[in-house]
Design a protein around this ligand. Structure first.
Ligand code: SAM
Length: 263
């Protein structure tokens, strides 16, 4: 039976643990996740960015490492890619499977944590995507290195990793503009940082129809740090886009998207 409510204990800002995502994506929050991200709005704002990058590199097989409710897996299947849909949350995978089935597609799902993903996913792929500010769930450097090394090992020799993150530099330095959209939010949902320090970004998600609120505790990744780690685990080059553009002022984008090449 899936858990329905989140538990952060007495001191929520002290919860800084990689495995805690399992307790954050509880049944009721997962059921509301698609109100939060709004598939149509998101498809419009992303356009064909990810599909274009994947095609430019000649990719055919893709691991969606952070499947969530299945948005990117479905877009990629529709575009003709071969997709393995991985996530460490069984609730998320169940929801993704239903979402895809409702759109006439069958997802090939694998329940796995990134830190030991190569045990569960067979073969090597042209690309891995880890999107929707997911890598931020990892709270210590050892787990980040381990995850990136797992991703690296599961790519073919010329494979690519596409990983995005919120622009935490702007948030940490107080340079986020008022009114910045913090996610591709649907109607009637607000998402805002409730606490930020160098070790924690705690976001609050509020649904206006029933007043329900949920939280996610995340690690505020700095852009240069992530680029550096990618190089350190062996990626040869890393290009970083800001809100899908190749040129930008550092504090402007909401999201950075790193495209890391293995060869
Ligand atoms: N990519 C989806 C999107 O953009 O809507 C989902 C994003 S959601 C913020 C993060 C996802 O990453 C969740 O589904 C969560 O279960 C998964 N996740 C977080 N840490 C993980 C880990 N260590 N291993 C596997 N999955 C993880």
């Amino acid at each position: 039976m899936f858990k329905r409510t989140q538990e952060f204990g007495k001191q929520p800002t002290e919860v800084r643990e990689t495995g805690h995502y399992q307790h954050e994506y509880v049944h009721d929050f997962v059921e509301r996740w698609d109100d939060l991200i709004d598939w149509d709005g998101r498809a419009a704002s992303e356009g064909s960015f990810f599909i274009d990058v994947l095609r430019n590199y000649g990719c055919k097989s893709v691991i969606d490492a952070a499947t969530g409710t299945g948005f990117h897996s479905v877009q990629l299947l529709k575009a003709g890619f071969e997709v393995a849909s991985v996530d460490g949350s069984p609730q998320m995978l169940a929801k993704a499977f239903d979402n895809a089935r409702d759109r006439g597609m069958i997802l090939s799902t694998v329940h796995s944590d990134w830190r030991w993903m190569s045990r569960d996913v067979v073969g090597r792929y042209d690309a891995i995507i880890c999107l929707g500010n997911s890598f931020t769930h990892i709270f210590n450097e050892h787990d980040r290195r381990r995850t990136l090394a797992e991703f690296y090992s599961m790519l073919k020799h010329d494979g690519i990793l596409i990983l995005d993150q919120r622009n935490y530099d702007a948030l940490l330095e107080g340079k986020s503009k008022p009114g910045h959209k913090y996610y591709y939010c649907g109607e009637g949902v607000s998402a805002a940082p409730e606490h930020i320090d160098e070790g924690l970004a705690r976001f609050r998600y509020e649904f206006s129809d029933d007043g329900s609120t949920y939280h996610l505790n995340m690690f505020p990744l700095r852009r240069a740090y992530v680029q550096d780690l990618m190089h350190q685990v062996g990626f040869q080059s890393v290009s970083t886009y800001g809100d899908f553009q190749s040129s930008y002022r550092e504090e402007d984008p909401d999201f950075f998207i790193h495209v890391a090449e293995k060869a």
